[in-house]
Design a protein around this ligand. Sequence first.
Ligand SMILES: Cc1cc2nc3c(=O)[nH]c(=O)nc-3n(C[C@H](O)[C@H](O)[C@H](O)COP(=O)(O)OP(=O)(O)OC[C@H]3O[C@@H](n4cnc5c(N)ncnc54)[C@H](O)[C@@H]3O)c2cc1C
Length: 466
Amino acid sequence: MPTISLPARQVPVAHDADLIVVGGGPAGIATAVAAARRGAKVVLLERFPSVGGAATNAMVNIWHTSDREKIVILGLVQELIERLQHRQSGAIRRLWAYPTKPETYEFAPHEMRVAMHNLLDDAGVTTICHLAAMEPLLENGRIRGVLADTKTGRKAFLGKFVVDCTGDGDVAAAAGLPFEFGRESDGRVQGMTMMYNVSGVDAHEVSQNESEAVRVVQLMKDRRDRGEFPQFFEFAAKSYLSKGRDPGVSYNMCPVAGNPLDELDLTRCSVQARKQVLQYVDLWRREMPGFQNAKVTQMGSWLGIRESRRILGRVILNADDVVKARKRPDAVGHGFFAVDIHDPKGGGHSSWVEYDRTPPVGQSYHIPLSMCLNDQIPNLAVAGRCASTTHEGLGSVRIQTHCMVMGQGLGTAIALALHGGTEIADIDLATLHSQLRADGVYLEDVPTPALVPLANSTPELSPIAT
Ligand SMILES: Cc1cc2nc3c(=O)[nH]c(=O)nc-3n(C[C@H](O)[C@H](O)[C@H](O)COP(=O)(O)OP(=O)(O)OC[C@H]3O[C@@H](n4cnc5c(N)ncnc54)[C@H](O)[C@@H]3O)c2cc1C
């Protein structure tokens, strides 16, 4: 690609804070709120008109909190659940029966948006939307802040610490941190999905016509195999058509595959997915009893992206850690979700359906602080789906409740580092754990020696990821 040179110019400093968080998804919100509540001056930068990331803008409105025996995710996740419950507006409801399945909540994305903004405001976080921050300001092996493009030009946001919660690891990658992209075999990332809502479905009529659902899914498959119909997630389509879909829960069955870091490819995928959604519902209106009056009421304003860059850090979480429910001295909370990989070729199939790579019922793994930290730039960290994992490890820890646990742990650790005048890796883990527990985080079975500072422990590299 040809290049041009730009003249040097002065850039105004918009904020000088303790912590700059880039990306206002579940991970960024939790990081910002946790640090601000413990006294840090925090600025959160988000490119979209509202925070929430996939939870709001991609309509991924499902949260899971239990290991199928007990609830192991509390803290800020539970607080948001209770804030929505307190509204008594139908903003959130329990979907699956606890304890036989993971405790699961479905929420209204537009209500969650407001609840998340309230959480940030109440904590004193300065939240700024409508800007994209891509460029790190590096100085003597540290990060000094980021440059963001706004409607009124480029501005600098300075901070003692910077956390990249962009999902894509934009800032961390630009700062030169090593990363991986995609699975080992062909470099492809998990398939993406356009979430959508349908109204006008007669659930009673649907439930009376299970055999018709089988016929319609077969029809979809036959046409797809002849190249006359788009790909779809068969397991989900069969379930929606035979049982109906709980009103309010987004349809999760419209797959596309591509490179989420390539704007051309991402545009193609988004447009293709929106067309696919209309094709499904047009066919159901014609063929499926109960769907005669169905109409698409909403699609995600953003295509749901499950995976892009994975920034390699001090620990790389892998599938073994998940399945064997591995515990860590630098735990910040628990994760329990299955290694859930949606077909990177866009076929729609998901490994979740087999449910074979999950921690045993009643067990969970530790989410370690070190998966957010790196050995190159001590005051730059990552949280959320761009944190340090293998392709498989990400399949579990990427879910929103796990990203929030990670963010709450990291934000608390950064506040501790600020107070102590240390690097994040040098904080006292026992103090971190007692603060997290005091803040309502579920944290059990932390192995000794929990008192060893992180900087003195040997960084672990997963054999799969190297
Ligand atoms: C279709 C689908 C279904 C899913 N199903 C579930 C489920 O059932 N349950 C569950 O818990 N999880 C589910 N997930 C996973 C989950 O939604 C994501 O992994 C999770 O949202 C990741 O959180 P995050 O904060 O790391 O990133 P994101 O939610 O991706 O948020 C990143 C934020 O950063 C912002 N951003 C990006 N770049 C910049 C920049 N340069 N400058 C400023 N802002 C930037 C984005 O706009 C966004 O708001 C699903 C995901 C998808 C796509």
